[in-house]
Design a protein around this ligand. Structure first.
Ligand code: ADP
Ligand code: MG
Length: 583
């Protein structure tokens, strides 16, 4: 419990730091809030004069003064209202955008394993929803605490000034109302929480149906999906009704309690001594003040909940910002590597995996040579590529580039040495030209882009596109076929012109003919580069300098095509399966 409190305090202190750069605006907002409450209190303070001196004594001057004074008061009120809202929002939105930017940038610096672990939806909702929630909840809490707080103090002061006896009635009833409000608010929070979960289910179920629309239709899952959705829909509706009921009943209960206090006030006011003392103006002021107090008091009871909601959002944001960045302690800066690669007894397990994905793997690729990795899916081929680019850090053994452990290089220097074409191609919702020149924007000439396109055999389909190179490919390239996407990825790699090329089943989605064309381009590309080629079609790697056969993370065979075939082991077996015993 105490440690929880400590965490909350820490979160709060950290939050304050975000406000610091905007402290002037913040102070202006607070002044606005207090001014607003002050104006309202002042207005009520003058009701007595208006009634006792103006109406009761039929004094027209007072009423005329009043007529001038009312618009002026409202002008002032408007001004303070504007100042408080404007500056509070100013600070709030600045903090939202600062946090969003920080989250966005931080998520590009955390290790790949973090993204493996945390779902995309969660992270996106932190960037979009939690930041907003934080600002809204905290602004609201602050506004209520200061503005309504000051107003309550003002009104209570006014009441006691006019009659402490009658004010005491309120102080007795006040806590009872407060208690009711607290109970109701708790119920509110419970129901709201359930509505939020239910809404989350509505979204997830709808999303799943929309994304899986084709599968649903093909497997005749419409009825099942409709029923599932109907169930969730019902829960949302029921909870919403509960919320409305709670609200209506609670309002009536509070009004009933307030009516008791009103009766008591009337009873006490009927005592002869009181009757003498109270002027109609003072009595009106007291009654109005009591009624006016109800709303801000109700708000104040809820302020803690708002504040907690804001803190919870802040904690969720900070938990991401506190994620350690990728380890980048290397100091060695490398412009262009020669391309000597060496794996020495590398053993590696993914976080939380039981079996190591790589087991005592050793091999060497001399600069300019080509090593091919073959083996069943799940044997650890892609993992080798991920370790080279330091998406994951290995614990035992070492990986060297140009004779130095890859951890000695800065991450930037290291990653710059690789061009990776992997099975899954990521495209941005941008033009084809920008997708190919991604990361090299503005630094490469049109000729080089055109050449890359030609070599990767992309011109054939790009020419048929409505806007050619300037065609936008849609979210993750939905407008392109698998093979077209792979060809774009190859063009992108060609343009990158890195000393080490990693092809991870880079042509798996191509038909045999396009593959043959591209193979030519890839062969050219590999000429003066170190290449690591992972291929499922053995025909593409026959000319590799060395072929490693992996199984369960171990290298079980190595050699060139001829020696491996002659050996008659796993490679020969794979080969026979693919070529149907032609040889
Ligand atoms: P290949 O590329 O040869 O098909 P991988 O290198 O992708 O195989 O995978 C090797 C093993 O590691 C598999 O058992 C796979 O389940 C596991 N693996 C791959 N990626 C991850 C990951 N991000 N987290 C945990 N385990 C993984
Ligand atoms: Mg793979």
């Amino acid at each position: 419990m105490d440690s929880q409190k400590a965490v909350r305090q820490q979160t709060f202190r950290r939050l304050i730091k975000y406000v610091k750069p905007y402290r002037l605006a913040f102070i202006a907002a607070v002044v606005g809030m207090i001014g607003y409450a002050g104006v309202d209190t002042f207005f009520f303070a003058n009701i007595k004069t208006l009634i006792d001196d103006g109406l009761a004594q039929s004094n027209p001057t007072i009423l005329i003064y009043g007529a001038i004074f009312v618009p002026f008061i409202f002008l002032l009120r408007g001004f303070f209202n504007f100042a408080s809202t404007y500056f509070l929002s100013y600070v709030g939105f600045h903090i939202v955008s600062t946090m969003r930017q920080q989250l966005f940038e931080h998520l590009m610096r955390v290790p790949v394993s973090y993204h493996d672990r945390v779902s995309t939806g969660d992270l996106i909702s932190k960037i979009t929803y939690d930041t907003q929630q934080l600002a809204e909840a905290c602004s609201r809490a602050l506004l209520i605490m200061i503005r309504d707080g000051a107003f309550v103090i003002g009104l209570l002061g006014l009441m006691f000034y006019h009659s402490w006896q009658l004010s005491l009635v309120f102080l007795l009833i006040g806590p009872v109302i407060g208690k009711v409000v607290a109970v109701v608010s708790k119920r509110f929070r419970q129901v709201s929480g359930r509505i939020q979960t239910a809404m989350g289910n509505v979204t997830t179920t709808a999303e799943q149906m929309i994304n899986g629309h084709q599968v649903v239709v093909m497997f005749e899952g419409q009825k099942q999906e409709a029923e599932r959705f109907s169930e969730i829909n019902k829960v949302t509706r029921q909870q919403n009704m509960k919320l409305v009921n709670t609200r209506t009943v609670s309002t009536s209960v509070i009004q009933l309690i307030a009516s008791f206090s009103l009766s008591m006030v009337l009873v006490i006011a009927s005592f002869p001594t009181m009757l003498e003392e109270l002027t109609p103006g003072a009595f009106t002021t007291l009654l109005t003040a009591m009624i006016m107090l109800l709303r801000p008091l109700k708000q104040l009871t809820n302020v803690n909940a708002d504040f907690q909601r804001g803190l919870a959002a802040a904690a969720s944001i900070f938990s991401v910002l506190d994620q350690q960045k990728e380890v980048d302690t290397g100091k060695r800066v490398l412009d262009r590597a020669k391309g000597d690669l060496q794996f020495k007894n590398v053993t590696f397990s993914y976080p939380e995996a039981e079996e190591p994905a790589l087991h005592d793997v050793s091999f060497t690729v001399e600069a300019g040579k080509t090593v091919a990795l073959v083996g069943r899916s799940g044997s650890g081929k892609s993992t080798i590529s991920s370790l080279l680019t330091r998406f994951y850090d290995y614990e035992t053994g070492s990986i060297e580039l140009d004779g130095h452990d890859i951890r000695e290089y800065t991450l930037k220097s290291l990653r710059r040495q690789f061009a990776v074409v992997s099975q899954s191609v990521t495209l941005f919702n941008d033009t084809i030209a920008n997708n190919i020149a991604y990361g090299a924007a503005g630094k490469v000439s049109q000729e080089r882009i055109d050449e890359a396109i030609r070599l990767a055999y992309c011109d054939e389909f790009i020419d048929n596109m409505p806007q050619g190179l300037n065609t936008v490919v849609g979210e993750n390239g939905v407008m392109l076929s698998g093979g077209q996407r792979q060809r774009l990825a190859i063009a992108r790699a060609l343009l990158r012109d890195a000393p080490v090329l990693i092809l991870d089943e880079a042509t798996s989605a191509l038909d045999t003919e396009s593959e043959r064309h591209i193979q030519q381009a890839l062969d050219n590309l590999q000429q003066n580069r170190t290449s690591l080629v992972i291929a499922h079609r053995l025909s593409t790697i026959e000319s590799a300098d060395e072929i490693l056969v992996l199984e369960h993370g171990r290298v079980i065979e190595r050699g060139n095509h001829e020696t491996l075939l002659a050996q008659g082991g796993a490679y020969a077996q794979l080969h026979n399966m693919q070529f149907g015993g032609i040889e």
